[in-house]
Design a protein around this ligand. Structure first.
Ligand SMILES: Nc1ncnc2c1ncn2[C@@H]1O[C@H](COP(=O)(O)OP(=O)(O)OP(=O)(O)O)[C@@H](O)[C@H]1O
Length: 681
């Protein structure tokens, strides 16, 4: 089953009534419901683009109508053991939070409170219909991803550590280590928890939207159904993604710029994942951001619904087109509709999630067991379940704090081994279905092997990197080929030329990168740098290649071959530099637009320098891509290298001067010069 992608166009707000509406819902035929979003071509207004979705909801759609059509049908699936993921995607101010959380009045409740209300109602009905033989427990966890760090929203902000909670992969799912979970008996309970947690959520007003959410918020609702000794668990995840935005339009300050860079990066990675999946790529860049790791689009089993929120206004034109593009491709993503297995309860009852007001999830060593019948029923269970089944009543407030308190910890350099002091990983809730292992068929046999050795010879690295690069380049060439059918042929020819042994080693390299990433030992970063160096070399960018090799050296100290490569490149570049110098001295001086630089050099203190460094340090892919001479790849490489240095607490994570910028891998004098020259102040 594919990801279900639906679009929702929000109505005009009071202060927008005089604004130009350019987005509309349409249908393919008169008697059909709306499945199209139409929007003019910004370059030629007489032309209209049309984007098709599973369903499109226009401005008059109520919260109830959206919930009834899109979410309510899946509550049944949730109780059948399927995981359900619902996420809202869209530009800032398009109605994601309104859709997911909703407003104060009953009729304005969003997807989340309605879902909880339905879950409680169905749970009670099950208990009633089975005379209490079956019981349903609901537990919540709620967290946010802010600046690519995970923070528990059910814990008071004082408990946060600057590095946030780490992620781990466990049995095919990404889990947040040390995340708390609280049991929730009814809607009132939920309301209390949800409001408290939302007050913890940092929202900061920007000029664009006074309630702009600066983090991705993820609510997980774990439903546990117990009948005798058998337990079935499933999870509904409701995700309110942060909105992307144009920093220039919002006139964001420095702090906001950093937030925006992190938001834009994760959303950019999400779009890259969607592209890669829809192209059928083998490597999906999930791991490039925490949000995409958690969302695991296309890797997660169950049902996934993406709600694309749109503003109908002209002022959002380009942003709207961009999110329409991304989300219309998401329709092609296949999700396996696999139910979570029923497991058998252990003889000793674990500490109940219902027990405390607040607790980490207790260890539940549940065994995977099919078709096993045991006679022992936990008698205590019925007594414990004798709880007042009060009907769900009026729903109340869901508001963020109007003035967000600055509770977020100041990001600091991560101390070496900082992750190790995080509390133990929350145990897996359920032994996973064997189906879940299908997520990565190619890697599966390798996963049973003992972990790879830590050391690798330079030759081994080189051989694997060579092949990997050749594969990437072949695949790129194939993708840029004019005939759409060609890529698979080219790739398969390439693959056929690679012996099984090499393929095995390449897979081992991929796995090594994966393993080292999840172990956080930084080796994968080294391998990534080697890959980038090789790519740069293949593309004839020796300067970038050298800098990537140099950056990789600390990961493979003393590797003779790597050192020799660096030496050779240095000699080569020194020669080139000599020739360039000669040419430069013969060239007329650069016109820097009349700035106060009498010597025709780029002055380190000029407004243009300041602006260039500000853009670079924002790590905002969109802004950096906008620099003259920066393509997507160069911009992404720069952001990667800065993030990498930032993670390592490296001083160089902030670029303080043009000289420093020139020294970064992939930069060089000419690149900096070009970007500087074209910059308007
Ligand atoms: N369907 C709707 N009906 C009425 N008002 C709406 C609707 N959708 C959005 N709004 C209003 O539009 C404004 C912006 O919506 P919202 O805050 O939900 O946007 P957002 O996409 O979550 O923004 P951000 O990414 O900044 O969090 C709010 O005032 C909200 O109440």
């Amino acid at each position: 089953m594919s990801v279900r992608v639906v679009a929702r166009i929000r109505p005009l707000l009071d202060n927008e009534l005089d604004k130009d509406i350019i987005v509309r819902a349409d249908s393919v035929a008169q008697d059909k419901s709306n499945t199209l979003v139409k929007i003019p071509n910004p370059k030629n207004e007489s032309e209209e683009f049309s984007f098709a979705f599973n369903s499109v909801y226009d401005r008059s759609t109520s919260q109830e109508a959206l919930f009834t059509s899109e979410v309510a049908p899946h509550v049944k699936s949730l109780f059948q053991g399927l995981d359900v993921t619902i996420f809202a995607y869209g530009v800032t101010g398009t109605g994601k939070t309104h859709t997911m959380r909703g407003g104060l009045r009953l009729a304005e409740r969003g997807v989340i409170p309605r879902l909880l209300s339905n879950v409680f109602r169905r749970g009670k009905r099950i208990a009633k219909d089975t005379n209490g033989d079956s019981t349903v427990e609901v537990a919540l966890s709620y967290y946010e991803i802010y600046n690519d760090k995970v923070f528990d929203l059910l814990e008071p902000p004082e408990k946060r550590t600057p590095s946030g909670l780490p992620l781990r992969e466990k049995e095919g799912k990404t889990i947040v280590v040390g995340l708390s979970e609280r049991s929730c008996e009814d809607l009132k309970d939920f309301e209390r928890l949800y409001i408290e947690a939302n007050n913890n959520r940092v929202t900061a007003a920007t000029k664009l939207n006074a309630h702009s959410s600066r983090s991705h918020a993820i609510l997980r609702v774990r439903v546990t159904q117990t009948t005798g000794d058998t337990v079935r668990e499933s999870t509904a995840s409701c995700i309110d993604l942060a909105g992307s935005e144009d920093n220039r339009r919002t006139e964001n300050g420095k702090e906001r710029l950093i937030e925006s860079a992190a938001i834009n990066k994760s959303l950019f990675v999400l779009s890259q994942c969607i592209d890669a999946i829809s192209r059928g790529d083998k490597r999906i860049p999930y791991r490039e951001s925490k949000m995409t790791r958690i969302l695991s689009l296309g890797q997660n089993n169950g049902i996934t619904i993406m709600i694309l929120n749109l503003a109908p206004l002209r002022s959002y034109h380009l942003d709207t087109l961009s999110s329409l593009n991304v989300s219309s491709r998401a329709k092609r993503i296949e999700v396996r509709e696999v139910e979570n297995e029923v497991v058998i309860k252990p003889a000793t009852k674990p500490a109940s999630v219902l027990g405390g007001a607040m607790s980490r999830q207790p260890l539940r060593p549940l065994a995977n067991a099919h078709n096993v019948h045991t006679g022992s029923v936990l008698a205590a269970k019925a007594a414990e379940k004798e709880k007042a089944d009060k009907p769900a009543k009026l729903f109340s407030v869901f508001v963020d704090k109007k003035t967000p308190t600055s509770t977020r910890p100041v990001p600091s350099k991560r101390a070496p081994g900082a992750l190790s002091d995080i509390s133990e990983a929350r145990p897996s809730k359920v032994a996973r279905s064997s189906h879940s292992s299908l997520a990565r068929p190619a890697l599966q046999p390798l996963q049973q092997k003992p972990p790879p050795q830590v050391s690798m010879s330079a030759e081994q690295i080189e051989a694997m990197v060579e092949k990997k690069v050749a594969e990437i380049l072949a695949s790129r060439a194939a993708q840029s080929a004019p005939i759409a059918e060609e890529p698979p042929v080219v790739i398969s020819v390439q693959n056929n030329q690679i012996s099984d042994e090499v393929k095995r080693r390449l897979e081992a390299l991929e796995k090594r990168v994966e393993d080292s990433r999840s172990n956080d030992d930084g080796r994968s970063d080294g391998l990534q740098l080697l890959l980038k160096a090789r790519q740069a070399k293949e593309l004839g960018d020796d300067e970038a290649a050298l800098q990537f090799y140099e950056s990789a050296l600390p990961y493979f100290p003393g590797q003779a071959k790597l050192i020799s490569k660096i030496e050779k490149l240095r000699v080569k570049l020194a020669k080139v530099e000599k020739v360039e110098k000669k040419k430069r001295s013969a060239r007329p001086p650069i016109d820097l637009g009349g700035e106060d630089d009498k010597e025709n050099v780029m002055p380190e203190t000029s407004p243009r320098t300041k602006k260039l460094l500000e853009i670079v340090n924002s790590r905002d892919l969109v802004l950096i891509k906008g620099l003259h001479g920066f393509g997507t790849k160069k911009a992404q490489d720069l952001v990667d290298i800065l993030n990498l240095r930032g993670e390592k607490g490296d001083e160089g994570s902030r670029v303080a001067s043009l000289a420093q910028l020139r020294m970064l891998p992939g930069m060089g004098s000419r690149t900096v010069e070009k970007a500087y020259e074209a910059l308007a102040v």
